[in-house]
Design a protein around this ligand. Structure first.
Ligand code: ADP
Ligand code: MG
Length: 263
């Protein structure tokens, strides 16, 4: 059974202007899905709907076979974690405390985290290379460090599914690869379902099992990186010339780009 099943989903922030149109998709456990498309194509809106932050104007979204709208916020938070595009914490919480917030949906009202919970938090902080920042206020971190804290909090929280909204966009290549690797391991070993908006097509081609391309709020292509990536698609979606080959180092499909008609 798919984790999410979207049937003819449409959404508009302002009536009459559809941001998503007739989206029909399934997301399965243990898979990593990359949502790609130009700025404004609807990636964030789609992830927010999957995270229960809004309700579709038309169509329906099922989560584990039940209407997503039937889950309460707390019940959904125990299953799905979202790393937002801009992770903002205005209060100077310590890094460790922010990561521990990922435990809250799983604790009883007055319960304290167990030893095991604390070890999990420590392990994830080490994995994401932020254990050295544990006592620093989050307000005093660089953009990339903050991003890693947001991902760590989400990994602590996520038990079934993870939504990533450009969670690696501010990161250097080492930290991007480390995070994607940590996510991949959880998909493979624990069956986590991951839906990630990614800007970098080549990074997506390395880590995602399937790519979904959006343009003007519509799904224009979906499938494995090898089956879906083509110069025609890239030109149609992004309006740039592209060449698609296989990267001999990673063995994955790779795309190079050129502005149409440039020198
Ligand atoms: P992406 O993440 O692919 O860049 P978004 O989902 O953020 O795209 O935005 C899709 C479209 O919805 C854009 O045209 C954007 O201007 C519009 N939009 C996003 N958020 C809002 C909002 N809160 N109110 C009105 N329009 C919005
Ligand atoms: Mg976005």
């Amino acid at each position: 059974m798919p984790v999410w099943k979207l049937q003819d989903v449409s959404f508009a922030y302002i009536s009459g202007r559809k941001v998503l149109s007739a989206i029909t998709l399934k997301f399965f456990p243990g898979h990593i899905y990359g949502i790609l498309g130009p700025n404004g194509s609807g990636k964030t809106t789609l992830l927010d709907l999957l995270g229960g932050l809004g309700a579709p104007g038309a169509g329906n979204i099922l989560y584990n076979g039940r209407s997503l709208g039937d889950y309460g916020t707390a019940a959904l938070a125990r299953r799905v974690a979202l790393v937002p595009q801009d992770f903002l914490v205005r209060f100077p919480f310590k890094v460790r405390d922010v990561v521990e917030m990922g435990l809250h949906p799983h604790l009883g009202r007055f319960a304290l985290p167990s030893r095991e919970d604390m070890d999990r938090v420590t392990g994830i902080m080490e994995e994401l290379d932020i254990h050295g920042l544990a006592d620093r206020p989050v307000t005093m971190l660089s953009g990339g460090e903050k991003q890693r804290v947001a991902v760590a909090r989400a990994l602590v929280q996520a038990r079934e599914a993870l939504l990533f909204d450009e969670a690696t966009s501010n990161l250097d290549i080492f930290h991007s690869l480390s995070i994607l690797d940590a996510v991949k391991r959880r998909a493979v070993e624990q069956g986590l379902c991951v839906v990630a908006a990614v800007h970098d097509i080549n990074l997506a081609a390395v880590f995602c099992d399937e790519l979904v391309f959006l343009k003007d709020g519509m799904v224009v292509a979906k499938g494995t990186p090898g089956s879906v990536l083509s110069p025609e698609l890239v030109r149609y979606v992004y309006n740039v010339d592209a060449r698609v080959g296989t990267d001999e180092f990673t063995g994955r499909p790779a795309v190079s780009f050129r502005l149409a008609g440039s020198w």
